[in-house]
Ligand binder design. Structure first.
Ligand SMILES: C[S@@+](CC[C@H](N)C(=O)[O-])C[C@H]1O[C@@H](n2cnc3c(N)ncnc32)[C@H](O)[C@@H]1O
Length: 263
């Protein structure tokens, strides 16, 4: 049996987004499987091939919830965890009831919201394969979410929400080939390609989200390192007010909390 120290040592040299989170996931996977031969093979193959653990194990842990991950969805990174925390805080503080998760992917954001608040959650994605994973994750975590296949807002009709949260694709098309192997080789293109300037989806969201929000509603949107200044221009142009910038541990802006500037 591998001890915690041995696991730590084995994953030490890996290039990863968050070593502590990797350690927690590996420990969970190995203890759940009682370190069976099959599980140990999966673990050692992942180490050998530099496969991100969520893709090797077929799941990740988000706020203590087990979220299935397949090749058709992105596994939520540390910045998405910060977006989830902030969203749940805002929902509780403002006693919000109707929430939209736009670009839901694995459903992790929507599921954490539904699990941690008394709200109705709608979740949208354009990918059938992602929606299939998200539906399964919602069922496994015993939450009721309305999933809609939609190209951004197009199938939402006249629905209005208290809060819209989105982690849209945001990598510049030309930068995809330069991403580290452990991201590039495992991320579905549809989940990361944000067009020429990486901001194709941010522009759509910032131009349209106000129509889908109640007057006191808020928008929470994730972004890439270094996109914040350009996004602030789009925010101002579309008459949003910045309530908060969500930063990562390196003090880089990775998301915004916004409300209409006319409130
Ligand atoms: C960055 S991933 C979202 C990850 C997800 N929030 C999570 O943390 O698990 C972006 C998602 O946007 C979806 N997407 C791409 N284009 C879209 C569009 N035009 N309309 C709706 N969803 C879209 C992709 O299928 C992908 O699941």
């Amino acid at each position: 049996m591998l001890s915690k120290k041995e696991i730590q040592k084995l994953i030490e040299g890996r290039i990863t987004e968050d070593k502590f989170r990797d350690f927690k996931l590996v420990s969970h996977f190995l203890s759940q499987s009682k370190q069976s031969n099959k599980a140990m093979n999966i673990f050692f193959n992942a180490l050998k091939n530099s496969t991100p653990f969520p893709y090797a194990f077929g799941y990740t842990l988000v706020n203590g919830l087990k979220i299935e991950i397949t090749k058709n969805v992105l596994h939520p990174g540390p910045e998405t965890l910060a977006i989830i925390d902030q969203t749940i805080k805002e929902i509780k503080k403002r006693k919000f009831k109707i929430i939209l998760d736009l670009c839901t992917g694995s459903g992790s954001v929507a599921i954490c919201i539904a699990k941690n608040s008394n709200t109705s959650v709608v979740a949208v994605d354009i990918s059938d394969a992602a929606l299939k994973v998200a539906r399964k994750n919602a069922k496994n975590n015993q939450v009721n979410i309305k999933f809609i296949k939609s190209n951004m807002f197009s199938s939402l009709g006249a629905k209005k929400f208290n809060l819209i949260v989105s982690n849209p694709p945001y990598v510049m098309t030309g930068e995809i080939k330069r991403l580290p192997e452990f991201i590039k080789n495992f991320s579905p293109r549809i989940a990361i390609d944000g067009g020429k300037d990486g901001l194709y989806f941010h522009k759509i969201i910032l131009e349209s989200a106000m129509k889908y929000l109640n007057p006191s509603g808020i928008l929470i949107i994730e972004c890439e390192d270094g996109q914040d200044k350009k996004i602030e221009k789009i925010i101002a142009k579309n008459k949003w007010k910045i309530l908060k910038k969500i930063k990562n541990r390196f003090d880089n802006v990775r998301g915004f909390v916004l409300e209409s500037a006319s409130i």
